[in-house]
Write a protein that binds this ligand. Structure first.
Ligand code: ADP
Ligand code: MG
Length: 224
């Protein structure tokens, strides 16, 4: 694959639990191309979140190598890692993690302002993204006044706000009922495609995985 946005080589992660060492990741080799949407499929406990935390540069303690948009993660300073996370990556979690005291619009504008966008441009972009997700009438609502599906849509808009090269999503609809999950998932895929971002999306749901461009399966700490 030429110029992948994400590449891992021999990625490993052990957890020590009492006298036992659990090898959660045992040499994961993964490449995600520009604009490619990849499903990371595996049952609960197979290491999906651990893998996403590694490539999201959230935690140390990993073996092997991670390259994101051409940069070797191990060679980044703490500051460069923060900038990479803020400017090139977008995150969607199972629980929305929206800021409770801010409106939907402000939650989506915030990462852009931190990135240095002008307030007017950040507001326009946030309005466009939320409208594209059917939330044009919910801009001034705080998260507590939104349904679960609406909260996850805001989280999707926030993840895309800075036009990331790569979206990392960890069971992004895992907390929603099935019907809502299907709708929100469709919107997530549509918007990621429209925006041209690549995505790595963890799920234990075969049907959701089948809707992505490619499926990789975590099995005994390696990809199949
Ligand atoms: P998944 O997201 O696929 O459900 P996880 O990545 O959360 O799987 O967990 C994979 C395995 O790693 C599990 O056995 C889990 O108990 C273990 N694990 C995850 N995080 C930690 C941690 N901080 N300390 C010890 N074990 C952990
Ligand atoms: Mg998980």
């Amino acid at each position: 694959m030429s110029n992948p946005v994400l590449e891992t080589r021999g990625l490993s992660r052990d957890f020590v639990q009492g006298s036992e060492t659990v090898h959660v990741l045992r040499g994961v080799d993964l490449a995600v191309g520009p604009g490619e949407i990849v499903a990371l499929l595996g049952p609960s406990g197979s290491g999906k979140s651990t893998l996403l935390q590694a490539v999201g540069l959230l935690e140390g303690g990993f073996g092997g190598a991670i390259r994101i948009v051409g940069a070797e993660a191990a060679q980044l300073s703490a500051r460069e890692r923060t900038a990479m996370r803020r400017d090139r990556l977008g995150f969607v979690y199972q629980f929305h993690h929206l800021l409770p005291d801010f409106t939907a619009l402000e939650n989506v504008a915030m990462p852009q302002l931190i990135h240095g966008a002008a307030p007017a441009a950040a507001t326009t972009r946030a309005t466009d993204l939320l409208s594209a997700l059917g939330l044009g009438h919910r801009l001034a609502h705080r998260p507590a006044a939104l349904s679960g599906g609406e909260q996850q849509r805001v989280a999707v808009a926030r993840a895309l706000a800075n036009r990331p090269a790569l979206v990392l999503a960890d069971e992004p609809t895992g907390n929603l009922d099935e019907a809502t999950a299907n709708v929100v998932f469709s919107e997530l895929l549509r918007l990621v495609r429209e925006e041209g971002s690549a995505a790595l999306i963890a799920t234990h749901n075969e049907r959701l995985a089948a809707r992505m461009d490619r499926v990789v399966r975590l099995h005994e700490g390696q990809l199949q």
